[in-house]
Design a protein around this ligand. Sequence first.
Ligand code: LLP
Length: 427
Amino acid sequence: ARTVTRTDTGAVSVGGLDVRALAEEFGTPAYVLDESDFRARCRAWHQAFGGEADVFYAGKAFLSRAVVRWLHEEGLNLDVCSAGELATALAAGMPAERIALHGNNKSTEEIRRAVGAGVGRIVLDSFQEIVRVAHIAERLGKRQRVQIRVTVGVEAHTHEFIATAHEDQKFGIALAGGQAAEAVRRALKLDGLELIGIHSHIGSQIFDMAGFEVSARRVVQLLADIRDEHGVELPEIDLGGGLGIAYTSDDDPREPHEIAASLTSIVTRECQAAGLAVPRISVEPGRAIVGPTAFTLYEVGTVKVLEGLRTYVSVDGGMSDNIRTALYDAEYSVSLVSRASDAEPMLVRVVGKHCESGDIVVRDAFLPADVAPGDLIAVPATGAYCRSMASNYNHALRPPVVAVNDGAAKIIVRRETEEDLMRLDVG
Ligand code: LLP
């Protein structure tokens, strides 16, 4: 479904549009998002999970009203983790029953709004929250569908900050020490809650399915324990998000149908062994859906050759539009997209315009040796966790998200303006 090609002029086009024309019309830096690719990925996930509405797109990766409409049209559900994401989802018409609310410290107000709106599920993350959600639901005269998020104690092989299933961390309730079983006991007693399942999210940017296998096995074991103790079989499990994407050519991601097949077969096998009916399985991919669908278009401002050391190519954005390199040592690639070049590839560091030396976009990259001010370069795979984690550092104006589709481009999130900055600055 990807529509990125190099045209006869040597420039790159996406969705049928030349990047030079996009830069002209929308300015740089800009996130350019391929809507047809986004929709195709939604459909691939949807179909992989049997066409049931069991794929919850993780809004934290990137959320806007247009995205919510696309998800809705393609049959996906939505995972939100704040009042802001919930408000965006509802404003764009996502039916509340297709929304799941997450978070390790949801405010009372967030819970009230979610329950009041009638969200399909709230994922409970602590003992306090079990009581809190139950009370709010009771007060609103509702019975809220909930899952309990457990930490299964597996080490996902990813960056420490984005691994979430080992026990020493802030999310979820540990299976170890009977904590999760105790959480289930309490939840089952409360009238305000309808416990529909167990949730586990082991981390992010993961390629190895082994972690998911262990997680699925342990979750099914908990379902069996619940059946033995309470005589109820919970109907759902959610195995979270976290599927990795290719940032560089070294990465080798799985296709949604392979992931679905492998998760379904593990859960089925374990359930058969335990004599349980196979529960409905849901997942929450964020990065795997939106990550590959966008690139960041930058203009080169300066090229500084430090003889014997390194060449720095500075662009007109940086850590304010992509914090991932500085924060996680994330790897990206980069291409010259405004023209063809026969020059030899040269090892460079692509840096931003912010006032610190950690402001690196791509640590080590090859660009043609004749790269020069005025060239446009693109960093692929910036659809996830770039706009959504963007900042105003140095009073940078956050870039727009331009959606391209079939020869047309439209702004779905506009560029910030100085007036936007001033509006908040009321001193
Ligand atoms: N479900 C839950 C409960 C999550 O916490 C997350 C991500 C997801 C689903 C979606 O994970 P994904 O499929 O996108 O990997 N800012 C970091 C990633 C943080 C992920 C947080 N939780 C980054 O830029 O790599």
